[in-house]
Structures are given as structure tokens and as C-alpha cells.
Design a protein around this ligand. Structure first.
Ligand SMILES: *Cc1c(COP(=O)(O)O)cnc(C)c1O
Length: 478
């Protein structure tokens, strides 16, 4: 069975021994149905060629049905026992899936045990964080404390910023781009083609004109192409999404060069920049040589995901913008006795407490140490892959290691690798230790020797995705 080690028990660092997973969660079965399901769709590349996209398995084949309680359930206790069994199995599968996770940028290492008693409350921060609504079971005091911390990090005065704790990084992008659109109603949205899909979703939702900008091999926005596209649209203001870490390659767009390009081409005072820091927004400030994200530069908003680098049991994010912009967007809602400037109505009031708890515990220094560890471990992984003859790339300011897509979907699922075309990536987060990487590498190398028959078959060429210098296919090896 996949996921079991040696004696069939999962070794969880001595903390807990767990039996092999039950049949319902058999990854082999999942992969089998995945490969034979109808959910493989054909995507179109920009050059018009088609590419097969493997969709995840349709959950309907394994969902847990809701059953009507029987009349005598309360007496027999059968229902309780059934539900307890389902939950126990589920918990075991979560432990296994957490152990074998490398592809998504989530820090899965946290302990919020101290907050367990808050589970009994329906904490909701509906409306504006800075204006108390009539609903009293809220956590605004934590939320505003967290927002102040982020405003300070990105150098915006307390009385000059506005922000809120969102439900995810996507909501931050939806908000930032909406603010941009309200500031420049006829502005064109520019975003590199490697921007997160939520940026293009925002353009569709708001029916904004959207121009995709080319990228360099690193994944950064190509400012030569940006200039060319700006010049073609001189009559309309520019709203730009800047990536502080792209989803696939972890590339950091050159904010200063983007600003310079705008100003040199007649866009001074006619642009709005939203920084999508979902991935590295909280890592960049701790890397000395990284370009600085700060409101001292002419940017309009910054967002970050709370459940990625920080680590949080529920998805969440932070959005910070300039107070002056928010007045353009908000309207007052009598029902809430509040101001309506958020995307969502009800907002998770537990999330701010999780963030507040971690920020207090770790502080700047704690984060700095974790960032350094992530970068070190990412280099370790990249070097080991290279030594093993596997084409790979690691951007200078990034902990995302991009490499050749493993040949079988089973392995990809097992390690929950995110893939795009020929490439896969591992995002090294604080919970990804050297031991975990070694375990992954051992499995990868063993399987790979079969895929490429002990090195007699060339692995695919990745020059287009990661550059010739990083590619180790037979034609680029030397
Ligand atoms: C993850 C990510 C997002 C979206 O964040 P969610 O919290 O998943 O909604 C946006 N942009 C980038 C670059 C990301 O990596």
C-alpha cells in the first residue's frame, strides 16, 4: 500500500503510530479511476496546440453520503459509532496526506491547541474591521492588531491604511484589482501570463479589458513586452498586477522596473499597482537582497495568503490598501451599522486569532529564521536533483523548486505535486525538512530509473520552461 513505510506503520516521528489506510482511501484506486475517468480535458496552448490536462478524480465516486437517522439510533448508539468510525478514518488519512505533501505552498506545521476552546463560538467579523457592527461575537480587536502589523511591515502609517483579513489570497486579488478599477474606471488590467488565475478571473468578473504580458524564463514579467503593450494603449490608465512570487516558478516581478517603465512611457499618476504577495509576500521582507515591497513606492495594495507561509488551519489572507482609495469603493450599509468595502459579507472571525497567535509567537525574528531555513532546504533539493541528472530550476529569491514532471500520475498524487505541462514543483515551506526531502528523493530516483530505463532513455527537454542551462535532457546535458 502506498503511504506505508517498512513495517506497514507510518512513522510520525515517534508521536503516533497509525495503521495502514482503509480501502476507501486507497491511492491506487484513486489513480486508476483518475486515469480512466472522463475528466481528462484538452487545454489549448497559446500557440494553438492542444495539451491534455488531467483533472482530479470526481469526488462523487467516493463521497460520504448523509443518511437519515433511524428511529432507534439514539438507543442503540449505532449512528454515533458509525460517525465516529468515519471521522477516525478520515483523521488517519489526513495524517498520511499531510506527511506526503510537497507541492502546495502550505506550511502544515503549527499548533493552535491553545485556541481549541474558541471552537464553540461563531466568531464573525462581518463588514468593516474598523467599524464595530451590531453583532457582538467578533474578533476585530485581533484583526486590527494583525492589520497594524502588516501595515508596519509594508510601511504604511496607521491612519493612512485600510485593510481586512480575507478568506484567501484570491479575495485579496479580487479586492486589490477592484480598488484599482474604482480608482481608474476605464483602466486596462496588465498582468504577466504567469500570474495566478484569480487575476484573470477578476478581469472576467469585472469585465475589464485585460492585457497579458510575456514573461522571462525565470517567470518574471518581461518589461520589454510590458513597454510595448503600454505604448499601444497610451490613452487609458494602467492597472497592474505584480507578482511577489508566481504560483508555478516562484518568480518575483521587478517592481522598480515596472514603475520605471510606467513613468518613462507617460503613465505617471495614471497607474495603480496591486502586489499579489499570496505566496512570498511574507517571505520577501526577510531576504536582504530582495526588492522591497513598500507603500513608500507608488503601489496601491498588497495581499498575502495566511494559510501558506504562516500556516493556518483555515484558508485566510490579508489585504492592505491606502485609506484614500477605500473611500472611492465603499458605501454605508444601515443593516450592519457599518461600511461596505469588503468583497465578502460574513468573514471568518477565527482566522484573525490564528494569525495574531502566530505573529505573536514567532515575531519578525522567528519568520526570518524560517525563511532562511526554507531557502537553504530548497537549495539542498535543487542540488540533489541536479546531481541525480534531473533538470531543475530555483529562482534566487524563491523556495519553489521546479523540475521535470514525474512520469506517473500515481507518484504525482502520492506527493501531491502541482504540475503544469512538462514541469512539476515542490514549494519548500517551514514544515519541509531535509528528512522529508530525502524520503521524497529516494522514492523519486527509484521510480525514475524505471521510467528512463537506468538513464538509457532521455528525459523530456525542459529548455523552454526552465532554460537550456537548467535542462538535463540528452541534447542539453553538456
Ligand atoms: C496561492 C496564490 C494565490 C491564491 O491564493 P489562495 O489563498 O489560494 O486563494 C494567488 N496568487 C498567488 C501567486 C498564489 O500563489
Amino acid at each position: 500500500m502506498v503511504g506505508s513505510v517498512g513495517n506497514g506503520l507510518l512513522d510520525l516521528g515517534g508521536r503516533e503510530k497509525v495503521e495502514p489506510l482503509p480501502k476507501e482511501f486507497d491511492p491506487e484506486e484513486i489513480v486508476d479511476s483518475l486515469l480512466h475517468s472522463e475528466s481528462n480535458i484538452v487545454g489549448k496552448e497559446e500557440d494553438g496546440t492542444s495539451r491534455k490536462i488531467v483533472l482530479g478524480r470526481n469526488v462523487h465516486t467516493m463521497c460520504l453520503e448523509v443518511k437519515e437517522p433511524e428511529a432507534d439510533d439514539e438507543i442503540t448508539g449505532e449512528r454515533e459509532a458509525y460517525m465516529a468510525g468515519v471521522l477516525a478514518r478520515y483523521r488517519r488519512s489526513l495524517i498520511d496526506r499531510t506527511k506526503h505533501h510537497l507541492g502546495y505552498p502550505y506550511n502544515l506545521d503549527f499548533d493552535y491547541g491553545a485556541l481549541i476552546h474558541l471552537q464553540h463560538f461563531s466568531i464573525n467579523n462581518l463588514g468593516d474591521p474598523f467599524i464595530e457592527s451590531n453583532y457582538g461575537v467578533h474578533s476585530r480587536q485581533f484583526e486590527v492588531g494583525v492589520l497594524d502589523w502588516f501595515a508596519r511591515l509594508w510601511e504604511l502609517e496607521k491612519n493612512e491604511y485600510w485593510g481586512y483579513i480575507t478568506n484567501c489570497g484570491t479575495e485579496g486579488n479580487l479586492h486589490g484589482i477592484l480598488v484599482g478599477r474604482e480608482v481608474f474606471p476605464n483602466g486596462i488590467l496588465y498582468a504577466s501570463k504567469e500570474s495566478h488565475y484569480s487575476v484573470f478571473k477578476a478581469a472576467r468578473m469585472y469585465r475589464m479589458e485585460c492585457v497579458k504580458v510575456a514573461t522571462l524564463v525565470s517567470g518574471e514579467i518581461d518589461c520589454t513586452d510590458f513597454r510595448a503593450k503600454l505604448v499601444q494603449n497610451k490613452e487609458k490608465p494602467a492597472i497592474i498586477n505584480i507578482n511577489i512570487g508566481t504560483t508555478v516558478k516562484g518568480a518575483v516581478d521587478d517592481l522598480d522596473l515596472v514603475i520605471q517603465t510606467l513613468e518613462e512611457n507617460g503613465f505617471k499618476d495614471r497607474f495603480y499597482i496591486h502586489c499579489d504577495g499570496a505566496l512570498f509576500g511574507l517571505m520577501m521582507p526577510f531576504i536582504k537582497r530582495a526588492p522591497k515591497v513598500t507603500f513608500k513606492k507608488p503601489i496601491g495594495s498588497v495581499s498575502v495568503s495566511g494559510h501558506k507561509f504562516v500556516g493556518c488551519p483555515v484558508p485566510c489572507g490579508v489585504q492592505i490598501t491606502r485609506l484614500t482609495h477605500i473611500n472611492a469603493l465603499s458605501s454605508n450599509v444601515e443593516y450592519l451599522a457599518s461600511r461596505d468595502a469588503t468583497i465578502m459579507g460574513s468573514r471568518n472571525g477565527h482566522a484573525p486569532i490564528f494569525l495574531w497567535y502566530t505573529l505573536n509567537r514567532k515575531g519578525y525574528q522567528g519568520f526570518q529564521k524560517e525563511v532562511q531555513k526554507c531557502l537553504r532546504n530548497a537549495h539542498y533539493l535543487k542540488n540533489r536533483l541536479k546531481e541525480a541528472g534531473i533538470g531543475s530550476m530555483l529562482n534566487e529569491l524563491s523556495s519553489t523548486v521546479v523540475f521535470e514532471r514525474p512520469k506517473d500520475e500515481d507518484f504525482i498524487r502520492q506527493w501531491q505535486l502541482a504540475c503544469e505541462g512538462n514541469i512539476a514543483h515542490v514549494v519548500v515551506m517551514p514544515n519541509v525538512t531535509i528528512e522529508k526531502l530525502d524520503y521524497f528523493l529516494r522514492e523519486l530516483l527509484e521510480k525514475r530509473s524505471h521510467w528512463y530505463q537506468e538513464g538509457t532513455i532521455s528525459p523530456p527537454c525542459l529548455a523552454a520552461e526552465i532554460g537550456e542551462a537548467n535542462c538535463l535532457c540528452f541534447s542539453h546535458k553538456n
